[in-house]
Design a protein around this ligand. Sequence first.
Ligand code: SAM
Length: 231
Amino acid sequence: MEPGALNDLRFVGARRRLIEQIRAKGIEDLDLLQLFDQVPRHLFVPEGVRTRAYEDAPLPIGYGQTVSQPSLQALLLQILEPTPQDRVLEIGTGSGYLTALLALAAERVYSVERVRELSTRARFALDAIGLANVALMVGDGSIGWRKFAPYDVITVSAASPSVPRALTDQLADRGRLLLPVGTRRAQTLVLIRREGDRLVRESLEQRCTFVPLLGRYGWGEEEEPGSRRPR
Ligand code: SAM
């Protein structure tokens, strides 16, 4: 980690206030809240939005992409319950912020991003805070990362038109897959649990708007005009 990065006095208070905001949204698990205290979000966002790093808001990270709202990421972690024994596949590395939270909670994280420049920046930030249990790949995450499957947890940070079979195939027994499913403009979170050969699907109440998952089992490259601001 950059000397003093985590304790940079300009950000310590802001980070504590963010944690209070996340708690106020019903996330009470102290171990989970602690993760947000350990990851300096300001190192994961571009210079131009650094002063806003600890707002509970999505922020632009370039290339038309965003880092999601922290309270939404806390909710994803609360649902997925990663443990120190878990191997995690993340689709949509983006800034690498959620990757870092997952890496602190789990044994190892494998994360796939389609935009090379974002993956490079994420690697830089992850190295800066000394997280060595993360493997990054540039490619189409809608097909997963078969080489290291199966995974105990799979999380997709981009909106999918359906649940890609390639991802459920890479889920370990008792594994959890969480992804936003719906149209390009609005989705709900879907949780899939593998119980042996059976997949149990649960649609959660949470409505959300993520950037689209582009790729073989996602959407095509063409952008729709006037889509709502993604999280
Ligand atoms: N969790 C990320 C963070 O903490 O910054 C936010 C990710 S952003 C909402 C979604 C990311 O998914 C974008 O960086 C986008 O480029 C990526 N993405 C979209 N389709 C993808 C695909 N098929 N494979 C890999 N990444 C993809």
